[in-house]
Unconditional design. Structure first.
Length: 140
């Protein structure tokens, strides 16, 4: 009986260590490019600090009507439904900040940019609604 328990314990230890080794190996085999173009989730406060930074792109993926109603300063309008065909107007090597009304369409836009090979992508959580609620300026 004691031998059976000891044998089961030893097998369990080997099984656990084998699983840990396999998961560690998987993580280390992830290509660097996958981590490099990860979509980062940021707050409107972080986005506001980045607007004035040199060589950043700030895009609003709302419709042209929504955009005309008021948008964050320096945000260029790239409606989500036309984003794929407008990708050539953006620089893949410069950071891109993506905003919409609430953060859902901008996440979809960020995923389009990610698939297209953009390197630094930031989705602005809460979107223009959070931007305005924070008291940040908008322009028309």
């Amino acid at each position: 009986m004691k031998m059976t328990i000891l044998f089961t314990l030893i097998l369990s230890i080997f099984a656990v260590s084998a699983c840990q080794t396999a998961s560690t190996e998987k993580a280390s085999n992830v290509p660097a490019s996958a981590a490099q173009n990860e979509i980062k989730q940021i707050s409107v406060e972080q986005a506001k600090d980045a607007i004035g930074a040199k060589d950043t792109q700030f895009i609003d993926v709302r419709t042209t009507g929504e955009y005309a109603g008021g948008h964050a300063p320096k945000a260029a309008n790239f409606p989500l439904d036309a984003l794929n065909k407008d990708l050539a107007k953006l620089d893949k090597d410069q950071p891109v900040y993506v905003i919409c009304q609430t953060g859902k369409r901008s996440q979809k836009g960020a995923e389009i940019l990610q698939k297209a090979g953009f390197k630094s992508i930031y989705n602005i959580n809460g979107g223009t609604s959070a931007w305005e609620s924070a008291g940040f300026p908008t322009e028309k």
